[in-house]
Write a protein that binds this ligand. Structure first.
Ligand SMILES: *Cc1c(COP(=O)(O)O)cnc(C)c1O
Length: 506
């Protein structure tokens, strides 16, 4: 008897598994959206040690249903409005399955040429799809592009990794600018201590995390104030850069956000890049004068599949790097972040190390291990390719327009109501709103609605207001799950209003 699953067993269980997933997709709406498990419930229900001898597949699946399902929060429920979507689709799931079936490790071009070249092509497709700057195209494919100052895209596991890679590439470029013989001549470590980065107070936590991982001190990240739409103030950025420059520090990195996580604020890319250009000129810095501009469009970038939402990208032509997550709002299973650079040189210089055992002799090819933190990499472009081919540009546009229209309709209901109010602009699929009775009431309503299991939404705090007053507690309703329809958004509005009408618990 073989210890391995035979191909016949695999075929049978595989069919059962697809059937199980299809049924889950059909029935996911029936589960309470947010898991009701208490801390430790799932852990305690699982045995402390692995089985001595192998168990039947059916037994494993029985425990999936019995033990794990109560601990699942249903991100794929059409009533999931929390955080941001991590949506999926039939085509994405099947692409993911095929990737597992092929079991490719695509660290170098040679370890699977299709893994590298499909990824290059699909990332170029995304440049077309979102109408991104042509400088982000990988250019001539294999051959002429590599080694020259050409751009390109690469799939990262997450926007957090993309931001970290952008920080590392930016540092490489900044230190290169300082390192020439006739320039400051500081050793790398001392020069790095003079570098300063900038992001708005509303930027994602991954910027600070990336700075820490890269070895910077927290004081080397300046948090720039936002305006009343929660977007970065370019004038405050200019002041901060001028102050730092006067003090002998070196601005090297700016992260702008297109669609902040908290409230979907849009940093003004054109004004920010103008500031970078002017302050670099004023500084008469040697070498590569301007700070690296990275644009984080993790969720909202997907909206650019529709021409009418591309205004948020005005000024993107000046960015050095950009990322968006098909694993949030583009029907592609987690994980899949698309990261683009204008000049791959700095990324590769920061990350390429070639020990003897990885030398392949293949020249003029892209080795994506040099574009990311880990060595190994999954064949993630498959699922994105499946999704793009299944939906086509028009199919994606239809779905994204529908989500945006639903969020806008929800916002109009809030706006028209005497008891509720909007707390932030709602350019796309995220609505921040509150009960007019204030923070405590709003928080209680959200908790009651989530406890009912009918939907799941989360909160943020916007503000703070004048003179140290507390910020406003806002419910965030983010529309983006694959199967969310008008009926779900309507039911959500009803649930919030009913919770507000219910007598307060004492
Ligand atoms: C969700 C989000 C992130 C983090 O995304 P990961 O891919 O999970 O790292 C970063 N930035 C913004 C603006 C986001 O919305």
């Amino acid at each position: 008897m073989s210890d391995h699953m035979t191909s016949d067993e695999f075929r049978r269980h595989g069919h059962e598994m697809i059937e199980w997933i299809a049924r889950y997709m059909e029935e996911v709406e029936r589960y309470p959206v947010r898991s009701r498990a208490e801390p430790g419930d799932i852990f305690r229900a699982l045995p402390p040690a692995p089985p001595d001898t192998g168990e039947p597949f059916e037994d494993v699946m029985r425990d999936v249903e019995r033990i794990l399902m109560p601990g699942i929060t249903h991100w794929q429920s059409p009533n999931f409005f929390a955080y941001f979507p991590a949506n999926s689709s039939g085509s994405g799931i099947l692409g993911e399955l095929l990737s597992a079936g092929l079991g490719v490790q695509g660290m170098s071009w040679l370890t699977s040429p299709a893994c590298t070249e499909l990824e290059m092509r699909v990332l170029d497709w995304c440049v077309e799809l979102l109408d991104l700057p042509r400088a982000f195209l990988s250019g001539a494919g294999t051959g002429s592009g590599a080694g020259t100052h050409a751009g390109g895209g690469v799939i990262q596991d997450s926007a957090s990794s993309a931001t970290l890679c952008a920080i590392l590439a930016a540092r490489e470029r900044a230190l290169d600018g300082l390192g020439g013989a006739d320039q400051s001549g500081l050793p790398r470590g001392a020069a790095a201590r003079k570098l300063v980065a900038y992001a708005s107070t509303e930027s994602h936590s991954s910027v600070l995390k990336g700075m820490r991982i890269a070895g910077f001190d927290d004081t080397q990240l300046r948090q720039i104030a936002v305006d009343d739409t929660f977007a970065m103030r370019a004038d405050r950025l200019a002041e901060a850069i001028q102050d730092d420059t006067r003090a002998g520090r070196i601005p090297f990195f700016v992260c702008a956000t297109v669609g902040t996580t908290s409230s979907n604020a849009m940093d003004p890319l054109a004004a920010i890049s103008e500031v970078l250009h002017l302050t670099a000129l004023a500084r008469q810095a040697p070498g590569h004068a301007s700070a690296w501009l990275h644009v984080d469009a993790a969720m909202s970038g997907t909206a650019a599949v529709c021409p009418e939402f591309r205004g948020m990208h005005n000024g993107l032509e000046h960015a050095d790097s950009y990322c968006f997550n098909p694993h949030k709002w583009m029907f592609t299973n987690f994980d899949c972040d698309c990261f683009f650079v204008r000049d791959r040189e700095w990324l590769v210089r920061a990350l390429a190390i070639e020990p003897e055992y990885l030398r392949t002799g293949a020249s003029g090819v892209v080795n994506y291990r040099d574009w990311q933190i880990p060595l190994g990499r999954r064949f993630r472009s498959l699922k994105l390719w499946f999704v793009l081919r299944h939906y086509g540009v028009r199919g994606l546009q239809r779905r994204i327009r529908e989500h945006v229209a639903l969020a806008q309709e929800f916002a109009s209901w809030v706006d028209a109501s005497a008891e509720w109010e909007l707390l932030a602009p709602h350019p796309l699929n995220l609505v921040c709103f509150a009960h007019r009775d204030g923070n405590e009431r709003t928080r209680a309503i959200l908790e009651a609605v989530n406890a009912s299991g009918g939907l799941f939404a989360t909160h943020t705090v916007l503000g703070p207001g004048a003179a140290g007053s507390a910020g406003r507690f806002a419910i965030r309703l983010c529309v983006g799950q694959t199967y969310t329809q008008r009926s779900h958004v309507e039911a959500a509005w009803t649930a919030f209003r009913q919770a507000a009408d219910a007598p307060a618990e004492s």
